[in-house]
Design a protein around this ligand. Structure first.
Ligand code: FES
Ligand code: FES
Length: 164
């Protein structure tokens, strides 16, 4: 007996049903069952933040959650942001400010930044650094990442003003 059970998760606004085993991690479910490989798996022990996604609006390390625990939940992954042709302002700011090199950590940083800016549209540098301290980058030195989040906040505020 395989022990597989189907679960349904709303991923990036779309209900997705796929089989999972009780021991399957949410990160592996997203990558291997749903084909959403934007979520990266680094340490697999909750340290690096590469696997960060939003579950019901909360930042979650998807390597620490079993997929069955997300049954019925709404999950947002990095694929919910922009497209190659039309980057999300946070992605565009990361590109502009050289906030990525190898890019392995980037999906986790983007989702952490999105959660921050959803909750606090005008964060201080200290707030940005504090919020991102659970995400590890081995390439950039963080300065570009912090600058990118500040720039994204400004861009999103401008877009909000234009939308009024
Ligand atoms: S892979 Fe989940 S925190 Fe590192
Ligand atoms: S860009 Fe390489 S680990 Fe962050």
């Amino acid at each position: 007996m395989s022990g597989e059970q189907p679960i349904t998760v709303t991923v990036n606004g779309e209900p997705r049903t796929a089989p999972t085993e009780p021991r399957m991690l949410l990160a592996d479910f997203l990558r291997h069952e749903l084909g959403l490989t934007g979520t990266h798996v680094g340490c697999e022990q909750g340290v690096c933040g590469a696997c960060t996604v939003l579950v019901d609006g909360e930042l979650v390390r998807s390597c620490l959650l079993f997929a069955v625990q997300a049954d019925g939940a709404a999950v947002e992954t990095v694929e919910s942001l922009g497209t190659r042709e039309a980057l999300h302002p946070i992605q565009e700011a990361f590109r502009e400010h050289h906030a990525l090199q190898c890019g392995f950590c980037t999906p986790g940083f983007l989702m952490a930044a999105k959660a921050l800016l959803d909750a606090e549209p005008d964060p201080t540098e200290a707030e940005i650094r504090d919020h991102l301290r659970g995400n590890i980058c081995r390439c950039t030195g963080y300065t570009g990442i912090v600058a990118a989040v500040r720039a994204a906040a400004q861009q999103l505020a401008q877009e909000g003003d234009r939308g009024r």
